[in-house]
Design a protein around this ligand. Structure first.
Ligand code: ADP
Ligand code: ADP
Ligand code: MG
Length: 241
């Protein structure tokens, strides 16, 4: 226990919550499939960053998480590694993971990282680019051959508002909210309404939520405490950075 405490301190990791999994020291200790480790090494990554050391074991255990760590600290891989592990391979059940980003540029970057880290698994990783194409692509008659959706919230809500909805989210197992501080920022009321609409569509009882943020934002923390049972909070660096 003391040793874990020291290791967290040495990595500037602070945690709040119950039964928090220990941080790991190496990619090997994640205990995930060798192919994921190989893909990480192909990216030139030698060891996990502090947020990866602590957030990955938490998400691998299926716990809900609010993670705050500075820009550039490797938050994308911190959620991609567990997602790729949980999804195992492609299926025809419709989207199983939904990643919300504040901008289309970030959605594309996140898709690229997802493609790199899941190489060899043939996941269908979609971003909603042309809304008119999307209107016909994901409806009730589609073949459901897609696994991961990365998008800004507006477009997704536009599809959900169609009658009947032009996209189904009933099989979503993981909802990742990236750059949560940005999404909850000005116009925050409207994101919160969008998030309610999205959560209504993600009606799988087993669904888990994970939020990532560069800054510690009280409105985000408050939302997480209210809406995410068993929440673990992880902060890397200064709490008020
Ligand atoms: P954040 O979302 O925290 O701003 P990113 O996920 O965009 O950070 O990662 C920032 C940069 O660090 C990217 O270029 C990414 O490829 C790189 N990176 C991620 N994880 C590692 C790692 N374990 N070792 C080295 N570089 C990494
Ligand atoms: P952001 O990137 O800021 O989230 P989006 O591009 O997702 O914004 O969408 C902005 C708004 O415009 C949303 O209300 C969305 O439904 C609508 N929209 C986006 N693209 C189209 C399109 N090609 N045709 C019609 N409506 C669109
Ligand atoms: Mg990021």
């Amino acid at each position: 226990r003391e040793e874990v405490k020291h290791y967290r301190n040495a990595n500037n990791i602070s945690v709040v919550g119950r039964r928090i999994p220990d941080p790991v020291r190496s990619f090997e200790q994640f205990n995930v499939d060798e192919s994921i480790i190989e893909n990480l090494k192909k990216c030139g990554y030698v060891e996990p960053t502090p947020i990866q050391k602590q957030a990955v074991p938490i998400l691998l255990e299926g716990r809900q998480l609010l993670a705050c760590a500075p820009t550039g600290s490797g938050k994308t891989a911190a959620f991609m590694i567990p997602i790729i592990h949980h999804l195992k391979g492609p299926q025809k059940q419709g989207f199983r993971v939904l990643i919300l980003c504040p901008t289309r540029e970030l959605a594309s970057q996140t898709q690229r990282e997802c493609v790199r880290l899941s190489e060899g698994r043939s996941f269908r990783i979609h971003i909603i680019s042309k809304i008119n194409k999307a209107l016909n692509q994901y409806g009730p008659k589609s073949n459901k051959k897609y696994d991961i959706l990365i998008t800004t919230p507006n477009r997704l809500c536009y599809l959900l508002k169609q009658d009947p909805p032009a996209i189904q989210l009933s099989n979503i197992q993981w909802l990742i909210i990236d750059e949560a501080d940005k999404l909850f920022e000005e116009g925050s009321r409207s994101f919160r309404e969008q998030l309610q609409q999205i959560l209504q569509a993600c009606d799988n009882k087993e669904k888990k939520i994970a939020m990532f943020s560069a800054t510690h934002t009280p409105v985000v923390a408050k939302w997480c405490v209210r809406n995410m049972p068993g929440l673990i909070r992880v902060t890397v660096g200064h709490r008020n950075a």
